[in-house]
Design a binder for this molecule. Structure first.
Ligand SMILES: Cc1cn([C@H]2C[C@H](O)[C@@H](COP(=O)(O)OP(=O)(O)O[C@H]3O[C@@H](C)C(=O)[C@@H](O)[C@H]3O)O2)c(=O)[nH]c1=O
Length: 174
């Protein structure tokens, strides 16, 4: 597994080692020993899976408030997505900066998102499926978000945003 730091400290693009043979391929998507290299020691307590039908659909930007802040490990298993994180750690040198990367079923990359970040994505194809590992339980009372088009963030989404949920349109501006 290769951990490539993003410009936002503590977050990584994770490239699994794909072992191919005449049957197809095999890869490890999480290993406690490998992830210890980047200081990950928490347990995953929830795994989620979402399906997004239409290209251009945007979900985010989501996070949970402390004490339910969570680490997420996001992987795309069908289609492709532009995955985005925003650093919301007030004491961070990259506070309010964003980072985005294409994750897809074909590049098999994952994004490791520490606590203190908002996360969202835009579907780059129809029929996008994401799977998530979470270090905290879903806690509706702690759910929070920032607006995908907040002028203070100026996230460069690759496509016109469509099919945004009512909740995501209502997130407060920074
Ligand atoms: C996240 C979540 C949602 N739900 C419910 C709430 C709602 O009825 C339905 C759909 O939820 P949402 O509209 O929040 O789904 P979605 O917009 O896909 O939410 C996801 O967005 C991306 C960007 C993330 O980072 C994820 O952590 C998660 O917040 O599922 C759960 O039951 N458990 C969960 O863990």
């Amino acid at each position: 597994m290769i951990f490539t730091p993003t410009p936002l400290s503590g977050s990584f693009l994770v490239t699994p080692r794909v072992l191919g043979d005449h049957r197809g391929w095999f890869m490890r998507t999480f290993c406690r020993n490998s992830f210890a290299e980047i200081g990950h020691h928490k347990e995953w307590v929830q795994m989620n899976h979402s399906y997004t039908a239409l290209k251009g659909t945007l979900r985010g930007m989501h996070f949970q408030q402390p004490p339910y802040a969570e680490i997420k490990l996001v992987r795309c298993i069908a289609g492709a997505a532009f995955d985005v994180i925003v650093d919301l750690r007030e004491n961070s040198a990259t506070y309010l900066q964003w980072f985005g990367a294409e994750i897809s079923a074909s590049n098999k990359q994952m994004l490791y998102i520490p606590e203190g970040f908002a996360h969202g994505f835009q579907a780059l194809t129809d029929d996008v499926e994401l799977v998530y590992c979470h270090s905290e339980f879903y806690t509706p009372a702690a759910e929070s978000g920032v607006r995908y088009n907040d002028p203070k963030l100026r996230i460069q989404w690759p496509l016109k945003a469509v099919e945004i949920s009512e909740r995501d349109l209502q997130h407060p501006l920074l």
